[in-house]
Design a protein around this ligand. Sequence first.
Ligand SMILES: [Zn+2]
Length: 451
Amino acid sequence: MKKVERRALLCVLFGLILLGGLCYFIYEDWHDGGEWAVYEGNRDVYADGDLAKGALYDTHGNLLMRNTADGMVYNDDSDIRSACMHITGDKDNNISTGANRVFLDRLIGFDFINGIYSLNNDGEDVSLTLDANVCATAYRALSGRKGTVGVYNYKTGEIVCMVSSPTYDPEDPPDPVPEGSYINRFISAAFAPGSTFKLVTAAASLETQDDAYSYEVDCTGSLDYGHGDEVTDLAVHGDVNLKKALEVSCNCYFAKLSEKVGSETLEKYVGKAGLDKSYDIDGIQTKAGTFDYPEGGVNLAWTGIGQWHDMVNPCSMMVYMGAIANGGTAVMPSIVKPSNIVSEKIDEAATALKTEDMIDEDTALSLTDMMRNNVESHYGGNSAFPGLELCAKSGTAEVEGQDRPNAWFVGFLNDENNPYAFVVVVENSGYGSEVGGNVANKVLQDLVKGD
Ligand SMILES: [Zn+2]
């Protein structure tokens, strides 16, 4: 009897060892399999050191880029090629956010059960959530100025527009290539947010101060902090409450409010807003914003106004807009469409999981009202943005050593049928509401019309 028991135990033990080994192998394959398969010595995948497989499409099935044995082939339209170069990549693989670098596994059709596997051995078609024509509209709206435009569906997380400038036509690269062309500003850059940051200071006040709505400041056009330090405004705004201060973008009000809310609370709300986080967009990592939180005085005042050392990544600002639009909960951005019914179901489940509560629902509704008021009372309303249920905040950020400020324009459409949140940055250009608003209007009109 004892002998049988011992043998049974031994069997179980061997079984466990085998199972452990199998688990380890599956884990390693899942974890590193993609890397083994894309090793450049794998002649099945590469032709002369260039990736020879896989193609990239937009959401409507328009070809963006195909890898062939003769090199990369792009869309026929030069505006689309220029608008999408930061995701298709250039022919020399200089762009770190380019598909042949960030979607390599997907393009060669790698999956961890079958290894390299695609029926016709041509690699896989990867479909993106981007709309190539809307991207081309954004590219034309930037009209050669440096900056970025990002738009996503705040219900599903799908990025429909992502354009960074400077860029160029990858079929016909200029010589020399404009400086900064290889950087995707939407993903990899950070800028002083200027007055768009006042939304974060406002959220901090709404959730921590009992008198957030009624608190008033008498704006005399400037605030003196001694030793020659001051906060200045473009105009004398008189008595302003939160709603009015956001509408006219009163610096004096938000200087006082930053002090009232305090450095620690401001830091907490930057964290809640996700502005100091890096996002993972289907394997593409965004740059995290950086901040400094002075204890008090003029530097804390400018921090709450979106200057001083505040640096914000455009994608993270777009997600924050999505959170306000979506009742306080942000859906995380994605750019690759699911490739089959199974991954579609996984993706749907993942979308539900990939959310984050950034602000209270009440705060989201209050900010929505105020951002709608900004558009109606200050940014030209329906004549500047015909037919759009637009909620927005502009920013005009001074940059040292630059002639003109950077224009920001951020917000969303409060529209069930067109649930889009966006970010526009136009560098060295002028006032946020005029310059940025104009770019946003062109892109949003195209997007709404296309539906
Ligand atoms: Zn003022």
